[in-house]
Design a protein around this ligand. Structure first.
Ligand code: IMP
Ligand code: ZN
Length: 341
């Protein structure tokens, strides 16, 4: 059979719905920030290019989370580096042909910058705004993440921030963080508060065996989330529940799952192959943490074409289907329908 012509995935207009802000910062950007701070005698940290050697994308669940808590959060710890890195993330997505992105971030105080959590969210939104002025084809929204290690009160604080910054581009709440930690049932009241306020809800779901107990999956399904991220260790009965939820978004992150060995086998074994044809749910390929796993969204689509042998029209149809899973509202959907092939 004749090989499909190579598709130019960079120029294909794309939607990114699962990208963690700090995890999306490239090593080169981290290096630039480090170089400036080092030159000014403001940091004792090691060069990011040494800590995260270019080409090394094999972080697993034991090495991935400490990378943030013990390194990146110490480097991105002031207003200038937050602003610079956020703009840089937006620019990178735009250059990769992304026309709509929902970034997510966990509000954190930056004492060095005099920023509390609200100040952090506000600074991120300002940086996104500024970057969008320079990249007018790309529209961005923000999702605020509750971390699995958060207390009930901290979770409510995230929801309160999402409500407060709603008219400035915050569209939803996420639950993320180390899947081996925490008890998600603690967050039921916070999620209910978010939903009652009309915020959308997306949840990291069955990402590891530790976060895929029957109790956890049933608690999360009872929240009727609008989208689910990862969806890896899912028992058959829960798969059927998901399949029956028309319009639920499934944010699938191929390279992340393969590099972090979250699935058994390589790309061909990824559950994208199981879900993409299922009617009802809307499958959206996403990068998760392109700064760590090194695969831009255009490459995720190339991997999909390569490993699942999906033809041009089906690829374009799938990309367009993602429009229905965005949290950015009807006007944005109309815009995307007009520009996506
Ligand atoms: P931030 O929230 O913008 O600081 O982005 C980095 C944070 O996102 C990490 O510290 C994790 O808590 C979270 N994160 C990134 N990728 C994943 C993932 O695949 N699963 C769960 N949490 C994640
Ligand atoms: Zn994630």
């Amino acid at each position: 059979m004749m090989q499909e012509p190579i598709f130019d995935f960079k120029s294909m207009p794309k939607i990114e719905l699962h990208a963690h802000l700090t995890g999306s910062i490239t090593r080169e950007c981290l290096h630039e920030i480090w170089k400036k701070k080092k030159g000014a005698g403001e940091t004792d940290l090691e060069d990011p290019l040494v800590v995260m050697p270019p080409g090394n994308h094999n972080y697993d669940l034991t090495t991935f989370f400490p990378l943030f808590s013990s390194y990146i959060y110490h480097l991105i710890n002031d207003a200038e580096s937050l602003d610079y890195s956020t703009r840089s993330v937006i620019k990178d997505f735009a250059r990769d042909g992304v026309v709509y992105v929902e970034l997510r971030t966990t509000p954190r105080a930056m004492p060095k910058a005099g920023l509390d959590k609200a100040g952090y969210v506000s600074a991120v939104l300002r940086a996104i705004d500024a970057a969008q002025q320079e990249e007018p084809t790309l529209h961005a929204r923000l999702i605020l993440s509750i971390d699995r290690r958060n207390s009930r009160e901290e979770a409510h604080e995230v929801v309160a921030l999402a409500k407060r910054f709603r008219d400035q581009g915050v569209v939803a709440i996420d639950l993320c963080g180390d899947p081996t930690k925490g008890d998600v049932s603690l967050f039921t009241p916070a999620i209910e508060e978010a939903k009652a306020a009309g915020l959308k809800v997306t949840i990291h779901f069955a990402e590891a065996e530790a976060s895929a107990s029957d109790a956890e999956l049933s608690t999360i399904m009872s929240w009727t989330p609008d989208r689910l991220g990862h969806v890896i260790h899912v028992p058959e009965a829960v798969k059927q529940q998901i399949a029956a939820r028309t319009g639920i978004g499934l944010e699938l992150c191929l390279s992340c799952n393969v590099h972090a060995k979250m699935i058994v086998g390589s790309f061909e074994a990824h559950h994208f192959g199981e879900w993409w044809r299922v009617q009802g749910p809307i499958v959206v390929p996403c990068t998760d943490d392109v700064g760590v796993f090194g695969s831009p969204l255009s490459n995720e689509w190339a991997l999909i074409q390569q490993h699942f042998k999906i033809g041009r029209d089906e690829i374009l149809g799938l990309a367009r289907k993602g429009i229905e899973a965005i949290f950015g509202g009807d006007d944005e959907k109309v815009r995307l329908r007009g520009i996506m092939w």
